[in-house]
Design a protein around this ligand. Structure first.
Ligand code: NAD
Length: 489
């Protein structure tokens, strides 16, 4: 069956191009999918444009759109096992993590479905006269280009697809070329749920070949992109000539600040999850551990001991606690950052070389790695390696901790660990990031906004703002009894 979904029809790529997907854990072939080129992208944008300008979806009442999203949530729950398996084969991540993701994905559809169904019906503006009915209404933004990464393929897709559809917009989705299968699965569920043809379109392929033409097409109103900083800059530049709206969810170099009065065991445990969950391939990973001087030695030793115990393995290995990196090229990038850190004076405390275990030989595995004695000048501290690499820096005062935490071009997330509630709130308010956890790391809920300050992005996903990204506001001024204004007479 062909894999591109355009105007409600499954179709192959122009010229018959395909791409083979292999599991990062052991290199086994997972499937071969169609690879869209510019002609396919143009057709998909045309279908989304037509569905927006002439189709029923943007004119469907909000309550009905909400009901469709709730149906999709139920279908996701029905197909949870198959979709989680597909996600794990594409990404190499543990099956249990993909299953958690599927629960979050269904919850995301449910949240936006409920939010839009509760609709605010617009805002009445008091103009000071009964002769005018003045309202501010929300309308769908139009045709959206949705471009997503490989680390949480279906979750990042859901964060865009659910609010776009809730708003009444139409879209063309381009998932990462490395992890296309669950996007295909989602399109099938949207069609089964009764979404009109052309409201949802799917193109598969590379960034330059498929993503770039999508960001340049003048018929697209909004580009919502999640991925790396360098690509985000390119997307923003490509959207500029036609002044598209742009929403960007980019990377992070997220500080995890630990004061000496923190709950030691909890802080150690979460420092490991912060840095090594999904082998560090998490945008909000706590990759910069900032520890107060007098706790530094004991805390770092405990983190190193914990990191050494993390067992790597494939998606279906019940004893594994983390999986492989996504590709050979990505592992080489991580290795270059570790080598650069050591060359710049960091001290390697654990990890730092490929595993010897023959069972892991065919996958792109790289062990949890801790670099101590780091400084903010090092490239491994400043730039996103997007792998299981934790750097440790020390601080003495609260002022110094805040300065170190903010010494980055990113501003996605961060955490502070302390037993002092006053200090926790002070530091949380001074860390320039879209999410700050106090005595915790990583949890999120669809009701709360997610996104970055500084170069971590533009706009917010999730929460009420996540829906607003896919809407335009319009002021409608209605004079109830027309009469001449008299300005020129
Ligand atoms: P990436 O930037 O390489 O690719 C992301 C997507 O953009 C892919 O679909 C890719 O094909 C496409 N793309 C590449 N070049 C393009 C171009 N010129 N025009 C249009 N599309 C193009 O990122 P990645 O390696 O897939 O993902 C990892 C990155 O994503 C990390 O930096 C991570 O921090 C970030 N991320 C951020 C969040 C967040 O919520 N802020 C969430 C997940 C991942």
């Amino acid at each position: 069956m062909p894999d591109l979904f355009i105007g409600g029809t499954w179709t192959g790529a122009h010229g018959g191009r395909t791409r083979e997907i292999r599991c990062p854990a052991d290199g086994t072939p997972v499937g071969t999918v169609d690879e869209a080129g510019p002609e396919d992208v143009a057709a998909a944008v045309g279908a989304a444009r037509d569905a927006f300008d002439r189709g029923p979806w943007p004119r469907t009442p909000a309550a009905e759109r909400g009901r469709l999203l709730l149906r999709v949530a139920r279908l996701l729950e029905r197909d949870r096992a198959a979709l989680a398996r597909a996600e794990s084969l594409d990404t190499g991540k543990r099956l249990v993590e993909s299953e958690y993701d599927l629960d979050d994905i269904a919850a995301c559809f449910r949240w936006f479905g409920t939010l839009v169904a509760s609709g605010d019906g617009g805002r009445v503006v008091d103009t000071g006269t009964a002769e005018v009915d003045s309202r501010v209404v929300r309308e769908p933004v139009g045709v959206c280009a949705l471009i997503t990464p490989w680390n949480y393929p279906l979750l990042q897709t859901a964060w865009k697809v659910a609010p776009a559809l809730a708003a009444g917009s139409t879209f063309v989705l381009k998932p990462s070329e490395l992890t296309p299968h669950t996007a295909i699965g989602l399109m099938r569920l949207l069609a089964e749920a009764g979404l009109p043809d052309g409201a949802a379109n799917l193109v598969l392929g590379s960034g330059p070949g498929t993503g770039a033409p999508l960001t340049e097409d003048p018929r697209v109103d909004l580009v919502s992109f999640t991925g790396g900083l360098a690509t985000g800059r390119r997307v923003m530049a490509a959207a500029a000539p036609t002044v598209k709206k742009v929403a960007l969810e980019l990377g992070g170099k997220n500080p995890n600040i630990v004061f000496a009065d923190a709950d030691f065991d909890a802080a150690v445990d979460h420092a490991l999850t912060a840095a090594f969950l999904h082998s560090g391939q998490v945008c909000s990973a706590g990759t910069r551990l900032l520890v107060q001087d007098r706790l530094h030695q004991r805390f770092t030793e405990a983190v190193v001991a914990g990191a050494r115990r993390i067992r790597m393995g494939g998606p279906f290995d019940p004893d594994a606690r983390t999986g492989p990196l996504i590709s050979a090229a990505h592992r080489e990038k991580v290795e270059r950052y570790v080598a650069a850190g050591i060359a710049e004076g960091a001290r390697l405390r654990c990890g730092g070389h490929r595993p010897d275990d023959p069972a892991l030989r065919d996958g792109h595995f790289y062990p949890p790695t801790v670099l101590d004695a780091c400084t903010a000048a090092m490239s491994v501290v400043r730039e996103e390696s997007f792998g299981p690499v934790l750097t440790v820096e020390r601080f003495t005062t609260e002022e110094e901790a805040v300065a170190l935490a903010n010494d980055t071009e990113y501003g996605l997330a961060g955490a502070v660990w302390t037993g002092d509630g006053e200090r926790a709130r002070r530091v949380a308010s001074r860390v320039r990031a879209g999410t700050v956890w106090i005595n915790d790391f990583h949890p999120y809920v669809p009701q709360a906004e997610w996104g970055g300050m500084k170069q971590s992005g533009v706009g917010r996903e999730l929460g009420p703002s996540g829906l607003a990204e896919y809407q335009e506001t319009k002021h409608i001024w209605h004079r109830l009894t027309p009469r001449p204004g008299g300005w020129f007479s």
